[in-house]
Design a binder for this molecule. Structure first.
Ligand code: PLP
Length: 387
C-alpha cells in the first residue's frame, strides 16, 4: 500500500476544528464564562413551517407501502430539477436543459468531487483567501495551485492568472471577504477561460445575499459561460439547509463534462435523500419563499449591525454587503491567530482567523452574520473595552 502522501501538504488540522479545540480549551479553563460565537458559518434560524411540513409528509410517505420509495435517480428527482430551472434560472433569462441539473447533498462534496473529472496534472487557480475546500481538495489530488491574492491593495478583486490555469475556482460572493464581481469583471474570467480552454468551478453558495445591482447571480448570465463553467449552489445558506443537506450543480452539455459527471454520480453517488429533496421543493412555495426571505433579511441586518459596530470602534471593515461575512483587519501588533486568541481571552468572543482561508488572509479575522443577535450586541459592547 502506498498512501496518498499529498495529504501531507495539508495543514494538520482543518481550520474550524482548530477553532473548536481552542474554544473548548478556554471553556475548560473558564467554565464560568459563556462564549460569544461570532465565527460560525452555520445558519441559526429555524426552517419555515412549510418546509418542516414537507419533510413530515415525506417521512409519512415512507411509512406506507403504497407511497414508499427506495433509491431515487442519482441526478435527483425531475420535479426538483425542473423547479430549480423555473425558479432560479428561467427568471434570469438562462435556458438550461434538465439533464444539466444535478441535485446534490450540498455544495461541499461536489466542490471537491468535481475535481475527479480532470487529470491530476491540471493546474488550479484559487482565490486567496477562500473557502478551504478548494485548496484542500486540490492538494489531496496532488495538483499545482496558482494562488490569486485578494488584498486591500486590489480591493479584494483577483487579477487574472499570469500563467495558464486549467481549473479555476471562483467563489462569488466570496467567503470570507464578501467580495463580488460585477458583470464586466466576471466576463473577463469567462473570456479568459474560453481563450485558455479552462474550466471555472463557480461556487455560488451565497448568491441569495447579493444586494447590489450589476452583480450577476449566476455565471450563465454572461456571454460564453456555458462552454466553460460549472455552477455549484446550495440550499444551505440560502434556505437554512445546513442540517437537511441539499444543493445542486449545473454541468452544461457545452462543457463536454455533463455525461462524465452523470457517469461519476451513477457510480459513486446514490442520490440525495428523498426527504431533503421534498424539503428543497417546498422552498419554492409562496410560504417557503416568504419564510426564507424573512430569514435572509434577518441575517443581512445582522451583517450590517456587525459592520457598522466594528467601524464605529475604528476597525477597517470589508464585505457584509453581499455576503453574511464581515472581513475585519486586525489592529496593529496582531496577526490573525493572536487577535483570535486576544478576543477569546479578553472578551470571550470566537471569530475566525483570516489566515485559515489562505496566506493573504493573514492580518484579518472573519465575523459571521449567522451569529445570535443578542450575542452580537454583547460582543460589540465587550470589544469597546479593547478599543
Ligand atoms: N461553499 C462555500 C463558499 C461555503 O462557505 C460553504 C459552507 O460554508 C459551502 C460551499 C458548503 O456548503 P454546503 O455543503 O452546506 O452546501
Amino acid at each position: 500500500m502506498n498512501r496518498n502522501t499529498n495529504f501531507d501538504r495539508l495543514p494538520d488540522r482543518y481550520l474550524f476544528k482548530e477553532i473548536a479545540v481552542r474554544a473548548a480549551a478556554y471553556t475548560k479553563q473558564h467554565p464560568e464564562h459563556q462564549l460569544l460565537r461570532m465565527g460560525v458559518g452555520d445558519v441559526s434560524l429555524p426552517l419555515p413551517g412549510v418546509i418542516i411540513d414537507a419533510m413530515h409528509q415525506a417521512v409519512d410517505e415512507l411509512a406506507h407501502a403504497e407511497t414508499f420509495r427506495g433509491y431515487g435517480p442519482e441526478e435527483g428527482y425531475e420535479w426538483l430539477r425542473q423547479a430549480v430551472i423555473d425558479n432560479e434560472y428561467t427568471p434570469r433569462g438562462i435556458d438550461l436543459d434538465i439533464e444539466e441539473v444535478f441535485i446534490s447533498e450540498g455544495a461541499g462534496s461536489d466542490l471537491g468531487n468535481l475535481s475527479e473529472l480532470f487529470l491530476s496534472h491540471n493546474t488550479v487557480a484559487i482565490l486567496d483567501p477562500s473557502y478551504p475546500a478548494y485548496m484542500d481538495s486540490s492538494m489531496m489530488a496532488g495538483r499545482e495551485v496558482i494562488s490569486l491574492p485578494c488584498t486591500i491593495a486590489n480591493g479584494f478583486i483577483p487579477e487574472l492568472p499570469k500563467q495558464k490555469a486549467d481549473i479555476i475556482y471562483l467563489c462569488l460572493p466570496n467567503n470570507p471577504t464578501g467580495t463580488v464581481l460585477n458583470r464586466a469583471e466576471l466576463q473577463r474570467w469567462v473570456d479568459y477561460a474560453n481563450v485558455n480552454k479552462s474550466i471555472i468551478i463557480f461556487d455560488a453558495a451565497y448568491e441569495a445575499y447579493i444586494s447590489e445591482e450589476d452583480v450577476p447571480h449566476s455565471i450563465y448570465e454572461l456571454e460564453g459561460a456555458k462552454q466553460v463553467a460549472i455552477e455549484v449552489r446550495s440550499f444551505s445558506k440560502s434556505a437554512g439547509f445546513t442540517a437537511v443537506r441539499c444543493g445542486y450543480t449545473i454541468v452544461p452539455k457545452q462543457t463536454g463534462l455533463q455525461a462524465m459527471w452523470m457517469r461519476r454520480q451513477c457510480t459513486k453517488y446514490n442520490g440525495t435523500s428523498y426527504v431533503a429533496q421534498r424539503a428543497a421543493l417546498a422552498t419554492y412555495t409562496p410560504e417557503g419563499k416568504q419564510g426564507i426571505e424573512a430569514n435572509l433579511m434577518y441575517y443581512k441586518q445582522t451583517a450590517q449591525m456587525i459592520a457598522d459596530g466594528l467601524r464605529a470602534l475604528g476597525y477597517d471593515v470589508f464585505g457584509g454587503k453581499n455576503a453574511p461575512y464581515i472581513w475585519c483587519r486586525v489592529p496593529q501588533g496582531y496577526d490573525s491567530w493572536s487577535f483570535f486568541d486576544h478576543l477569546l481571552h479578553t472578551c470571550q468572543i470566537v471569530c475566525t482567523p483570516g489566515v485559515g482561508f489562505g496566506d493573504a488572509g493573514q492580518g484579518f479575522v472573519r465575523f459571521s452574520a449567522f451569529s445570535n443577535r443578542k450575542e452580537v450586541e454583547e460582543a460589540l459592547k465587550r470589544m469597546k473595552t479593547l478599543a
